[in-house]
Design a protein around this ligand. Structure first.
Ligand code: DC
Length: 216
């Protein structure tokens, strides 16, 4: 690729932003960072050491000790870790401790794709393309429910929906870096789109932004 391309994708829980970010990263041959894994790793460390999730000092120490290379995405994606991550993510000193790692990722030559809650607003405010993924909570819960049952987990749709709504509320109402679209983000509603259609839509948003940049 001849140009730097930095793509920031944000959105609520189970919106499919991670899948889209990975697909875009593969398509453009760019490194990808799922920033949710950082918060999940902090939560996992507290869960494993039986530390309460509101212990700000312990959560901040765990955040400071994180290295991107030691992540185990399978354990970090286990049920319950996302909700716990949403709790530690509301602690300002945890966010502060994770900022440098993410900012460094953004600086890589060639560009990168990041997905999360604040990548377009805080981590990469100068990104070339910002996409904010939306989808009805019921549809996101249905997708997550199917994923869990496919993995053999004994999930109830009502519980999955309640957890998703709880995370939406917590992630959107916290004082630091709340979940919200950047002013210059393009909104992509995937409520009625399957993953292929969502990928094509995301790709055209990126291509339109690149074409606009070349015209300037
Ligand atoms: O995207 P995810 O489900 O893996 O994220 C888990 C939690 O981490 C999410 O509910 C809130 C938090 N998070 C955040 O606050 N900021 C980010 N950039 C990414 C995730």
């Amino acid at each position: 690729m001849d140009q730097n391309l930095l793509i920031a994708i944000d959105g609520p829980a189970a919106s499919g932003k991670g899948t889209l970010a990975r697909r875009l990263a593969d398509h453009f041959n760019l490194p990808h960072l799922d920033t949710g894994l950082l918060y999940r790793a902090v939560a996992r460390a507290l869960i494993d050491s039986r530390t309460p999730l509101d212990d700000a000092a312990a959560a901040t120490a765990a955040a400071r000790g994180l290295k991107l290379t030691t992540f185990d995405p399978v354990r970090l994606k286990e049920t319950g870790v996302g909700d716990a991550a949403s709790k530690v993510a509301a602690i300002p000193s945890v966010r502060e401790a994770l900022l440098r790692l993410q900012k460094d990722f953004v600086q890589q030559p060639g560009g990168a794709v990041l997905d999360g809650r604040d990548t377009g607003t805080v981590i990469a405010p100068d990104a070339d393309v910002k996409i904010f993924i939306e989808a009805a909570a019921e549809v996101r819960a249905e997708r997550r429910f199917r994923e869990l049952t496919a993995k053999g987990e004994n999930a109830r749709y009502e519980d999955v929906l309640a957890t998703i709504k709880g995370r939406d509320a917590r992630d959107s109402s916290r004082s630091v870096a709340p979940l919200r679209p950047a002013k210059d983000a393009v909104l992509l509603d995937t409520t009625h789109l399957d993953i292929e259609a969502a990928f094509r839509a995301a790709l055209s948003i990126v291509e339109a932004a690149r074409a606009g940049r070349e015209r300037r």
